[in-house]
Structures are given as structure tokens and as C-alpha cells.
Design a protein around this ligand. Structure first.
Ligand code: NAP
Ligand code: GDP
Length: 352
């Protein structure tokens, strides 16, 4: 029997890697897509085939975590074996600008999905396994290293919403005996990372500066430390959680942390650039409350899931820099040919 997976947030960074991973395992993958006025499927376009083509195994359904009716309808229609709830307003700084929306999607959206799951399982008698995308941001002010026993001290509307979603998930597991796992994932990046997250903002800028397309990069707090891993490694941990005999919660991290300053040094150094000539502080990128240091202790995942990260920090940054240098070179070629590309990047948004 072909297993069916339903992914909310399929168009995001993790959604794309998880879809690739599950398709390679022979799953039929179903994803929830938000309607947008422009295409928002860039990250999964290479995986999508016309449904008329035999063997096409990726199906998209319109839906939104703000709409409980659609969540129920899609669940009933797909009858998945596994649900991965990755959809979220996932940007910490943006969550200070749109806290109510962030709570609606990240906290209440998870509750809506869990309510749909609870009723679907009760009516159908089917076994459905559910993954909830939790975040190291939930630890917030707690001192590193953080593990599953570390109390949450959320420092942003995003973190508070994810913490609520975490506890909803725990409660639904206990109250209704559902197979629900919380992954508490530390920051994970890739060439598919959104361009307003610091890693990608830095590697995009380094490539464009190298190609003479921009001169300055404006950043906020350079002293914050994060435990950055590779997204491709982390989606395997999500899947492993749902293959266990019992549902549980797991920290997923590399166990090593670096500062934003070190990230910048490595990225610019990779291209032979002196970052100090290009990087400037812009207070718009500071947060009202900052999370100073995240470093995960993933020994439980290593022991029980047999999971470990394959890519280290320096290799990850090199991969992203190489990818983004290539993008900058393409942009330069287009400009030379007379095509003006719109100003890109987080620097103009004020929320990146
Ligand atoms: P991402 O690239 O920002 O993707 C978020 C996904 O959620 C996108 O597909 C987005 O759709 C979708 N989405 C946004 N609002 C939605 C709504 N109202 N209803 C349904 N879908 C909605 O995030 P990611 O990096 O892949 O992260 C995946 C999940 O893991 C998120 O829940 C995130 O908070 C969590 N997480 C991420 C990290 C990390 O370091 N990456 C760490 C810990 C936890 P559009 O494409 O249409 O915007
Ligand atoms: P987060 O850990 O989920 O908030 O991931 P981000 O990539 O958005 O931010 C990681 C760290 O980089 C945080 O401590 C930010 O304050 C810091 N940072 C410094 N400058 C910037 C910036 O210009 N943009 C973003 N997004 N983060 C920045």
C-alpha cells in the first residue's frame, strides 16, 4: 500500500525538502497551497507533474490554516497516514508587526488542524500520525544548551504562539490518545531559505556585493547566537518521529552554535570579501525582545531516532554562498542584456 502524507506549508523551505524526501520513499504527497495573486510554488515546481501524467504523486489542495472547514475537508478527502503541520507565519521579527495574525495561524491554526484530526480519527477509526513543527524559539530566554526538559521562556509573539501549539499538541495526544509528535527544531537553513532570515539575507548580499550589484548590507544584532543546521537533514528527523512505536517530543539540533558575526565573516570570507567594509547596523532589524543564545542538545533524537545531522555549519554556509553567487551572476547577465530586475532582498522591507 502506498502511504499518503498531507503537508501544510508545502511551499515553504521545509515543505519542499520534506516533499522530496517522502516522494523518494514512495509516498503519495498531498500539500496545502495558499491562494496568492502571484505564483508561490517556486520551491516545489520541480517536483510537480501534470496530474494527467501517469505516476504523478504530488497533489495540491487550496487551503489555509485560518480556515478550519477546509482543513477538515482536505483531511477527509486525502485520508492521509501522516500529517506534517509545517504551515506558519514563521518570521520572528514579523510576528512583532502582526502578532494577532501570527497567533491565528501558528497557535489557533494548529488547534484547528488538531480538531479536524480528532474528529477524522473518531469517525473513520483510521490511524493518522501528526507532526507539529515546533521551534527552538520557544526556549527564548532559557540558558543553553536546551533540551526537551528545558522550560519554555518565549520572547516573541511567534514563540508564544508556537508554545501554545506545542501544548495543544501534547494535550490532544494525552486527552484523545492520538499519535502526535512535537519536533522542537533549532534554526535550519538552505539555499531555499526565505530571503529575510539572517543566513539567506547574508549569503544573498555577499553574492550580490561580489558581483557589484549592491554595496551595503544592513543588519541588526550581530552578537546573537544560533544553532544552525541544514534543512535537508532536519526533515528526515520529522519523518523518523512518525515511524516510532510511541509518539513523543524531540529536540533536533546540531549541538554547535555560532554568532551572526561569525556567519557574516564566513560567508563574506568565502568570496574573498572584507565584511567590515560592507556591513552596517540598521536599528530596524533589532527586535523589541531578543533571544540571545540557542544551542540544542539533541541526544534524545540521536539515541531514540538514530538521527544525526550530516552537514556542518561551514559546509552549509559555503553551499548557500555558492548558490547565491550563481543567482547574482544570472541577475548580472540579465541586466547586461537590458532586463532590469526589481530591487531584491530584505534591506528594503524593514522587517528582514
Ligand atoms: P517557511 O519557509 O516560512 O514556510 C512556511 C509555510 O507556511 C509556507 O508554505 C507558507 O505558505 C505557509 N503558510 C503561511 N501562512 C499560512 C497559512 N495562513 N495557512 C497555511 N499555510 C501558511 O518556513 P520553514 O522554514 O519551511 O518552516 C516550516 C515550519 O517549521 C514552520 O512552522 C516554522 O515556523 C517551523 N520552524 C522553522 C525553523 C527554521 O529554522 N526553518 C525552525 C523551527 C521551526 P506561502 O508559501 O504561501 O507563504
Ligand atoms: P530566528 O532565530 O528564527 O529569529 O531567525 P532569523 O534568521 O530571523 O534571526 C536569527 C538571529 O539573527 C536573530 O537573533 C536576529 O536578531 C539576528 N539578526 C541580526 N540581523 C538580522 C537581520 O537583518 N535579519 C534577521 N532576520 N535577523 C537578524
Amino acid at each position: 500500500m502506498v502511504k499518503r502524507a498531507l503537508i501544510t506549508g508545502i511551499t515553504g523551505q521545509d515543505g519542499a525538502y520534506l516533499t522530496e524526501f517522502l516522494l523518494a520513499k514512495g509516498y503519495a504527497v498531498h500539500g496545502m497551497l495558499r491562494r496568492a495573486s502571484s505564483f508561490n510554488t517556486d520551491r516545489i515546481d520541480h517536483l510537480y507533474h501534470d496530474p494527467h501524467v501517469k505516476g504523478a504523486n504530488l497533489t495540491l489542495h487550496y487551503g489555509d490554516l485560518a480556515d478550519g472547514t477546509v482543513l477538515r475537508r482536505v483531511l477527509e478527502k486525502v485520508e492521509p497516514d501522516e500529517v506534517y503541520n509545517l504551515g506558519a507565519q514563521s518570521h520572528v521579527k514579523v510576528s512583532f508587526e502582526v502578532p494577532e495574525y501570527t497567533a491565528d495561524v501558528d497557535a489557533l491554526g494548529t488547534l484547528r488542524a488538531l480538531e479536524a484530526l480528532r474528529d477524522h480519527v473518531a469517525h473513520s477509526g483510521r490511524q493518522v500520525r501528526f507532526y507539529q513543527a515546533g521551534s527552538s524559539e520557544m526556549f527564548g530566554g532559557a540558558k543553553p544548551p536546551q533540551n526537551e526538559k528545558t522550560p519554555f521562556e518565549p520572547r516573541s509573539p511567534y514563540a508564544a504562539s508556537k508554545a501554545a501549539a506545542h501544548w495543544y499538541a501534547v494535550n490532544y495526544r494525552e486527552a484523545y490518545n492520538l499519535f502526535i509528535c512535537n519536533g522542537i527544531l533549532f534554526n535550519h537553513e538552505s539555499p531555499r531559505r526565505g530571503e529575510t532570515f539572517v543566513s539567506r539575507k547574508v549569503t544573498r548580499a555577499a553574492g550580490r556585493i561580489k558581483e557589484g550589484l549592491q554595496d551595503k548590507l544592513f543588519l541588526g544584532n550581530l552578537e546573537a547566537r544560533r544553532d544552525w543546521g541544514f534543512a535537508g537533514d532536519y526533515v528526515e528527523a520529522m519523518w523518523l518521529m512518525l515511524q516510532q512505536v510511541k509518539p513523543d517530543d524531540y529536540v533536533v539540533a546540531t549541538g554547535a552554535s555560532h554568532s551572526v558575526r561569525q556567519l557574516v565573516e564566513i560567508a563574506f570570507g568565502e568570496l574573498g570579501l572584507d565584511w567590515q567594509k560592507h556591513v552596517e547596523l540598521d536599528a530596524r532589524y533589532l527586535r523589541p525582545t531578543e533571544v540571545d543564545a540557542l544551542e540544542g542538545d539533541a541526544s534524545k533524537a540521536r539515541k531514540l531516532l538514530g538521527w544525526q545531522p550530516k552537514m556542518d555549519f561551514a559546509t552549509l554556509i559555503k553551499l548557500m554562498v555558492t548558490h547565491d553567487l550563481d543567482l547574482a551572476q544570472q541577475e548580472k547577465t540579465l541586466r547586461r542584456a537590458g532586463y532590469e530586475s526589481p530591487a531584491r532582498g530584505a534591506a528594503s522591507t524593514g522587517v528582514g
